[in-house]
Design a protein around this ligand. Sequence first.
Ligand code: PLP
Length: 393
Amino acid sequence: ASALLASITKASRDEPDSGISAAVNHGIGRPGIIPLWSGEGNLPTPEAFCRPAIESLLKGETFYTWQRGIPPLREALARYHSRHYGRAFEAENFFVTGGGMQAIQTILQMIAGEGDEIVLPTPAWPNYAGPMRMMGAKPVEVALDFANGRWHLDLDKLFAAITPKSKAIVLNSPSNPVGWTASLEDLKAVRDECRKRGLWIVGDEVYSRFYYGDKGEPRAPSFLDICDTEERLLLANTFSKNWAMTGWRVGWLQAPKAVGPAIERIIQYNTSGTAAFLQQGCAVALDEGEDFIAAQVVKARANRDLVAAALRAHPQIRFELPRGAFYMFFALDGMTDSLATTYRIIDEAGVGLAPGGTFGPGGEGFLRMCFLRDPAKLGEAMDRFGKWLKTSK
Ligand code: PLP
């Protein structure tokens, strides 16, 4: 086995497993486990979005597709954005990918290679730093501060991390795992700095609809509010979260038209396109999914408050109520090894969480819980976890 391992690349051999996968591998299949480790809801995809996919499949739409995505989906993406961002968008700026993950991978592959650096606030989803390292680029991680129960992004610190090797700033807002959400002023500052230094703005706005603003806003502030589509702006997004389609593996990337051929080449050499019948279902989700999204967000907000109330009963727990996304990210006083603690909670309480340490600098000492679940199950998980906190040593 060691000879086999010695003959694969160092990057693929040495990259650590994500702690989320480690938790899942440890706990999956355990009888009675309540899994709150992954970032998805408990509902299957609504029938209204499945039906057009089934019909397309039965109609024989089973051939190779356009690398950039089928025209009806790219047009539906332009319509969706025009509706939500108050100006006209063009289909030519959208590229269909194999989930948000392939959108991220495509972006990174296009803008960074061996020796390049990418500035990334953390705690962040581990699927950013991992692929950067595997392509020989360096994630330059800048931790948000957690002080007096609030997360804060120090923009001076973020910009001080830029060097001549930097290619981009990646900003995930609302953030997985923290729930921190950039204000329009934060976004403008990042935009201005990127413009000044000639960097790409990479935005991950996959949770933008899961936003718990004070005025019932339908989405979080976005780079699309303040940027031009033809500037150095790349946005990753996905059907996974808003429309309960995690298993479909369909997402999109928004980019200036000038880099379209480069994106097409990367997709060509990667998946060679996304199944047409899946894309047909996604197009209908964009056009007809608003009621579903609205109901999901109402449920997420209520669940967030349910979890927050349960956690507040424990003085050893500290957190900020998330403003976006659907995770509670909480510190457990005295915990120094979040992965080991995650294993214990799986074994002893039957609740599956994700270890904070896997989200990079600033994450150790925390645990992440996804709350887009059935409220009764979530309540049971909170009972079990609460009992575990009282009795564990
Ligand atoms: N970006 C963030 C911040 C995420 O949390 C996720 C999923 O968890 C994604 C992107 C990509 O999602 P998917 O690859 O399922 O479309």
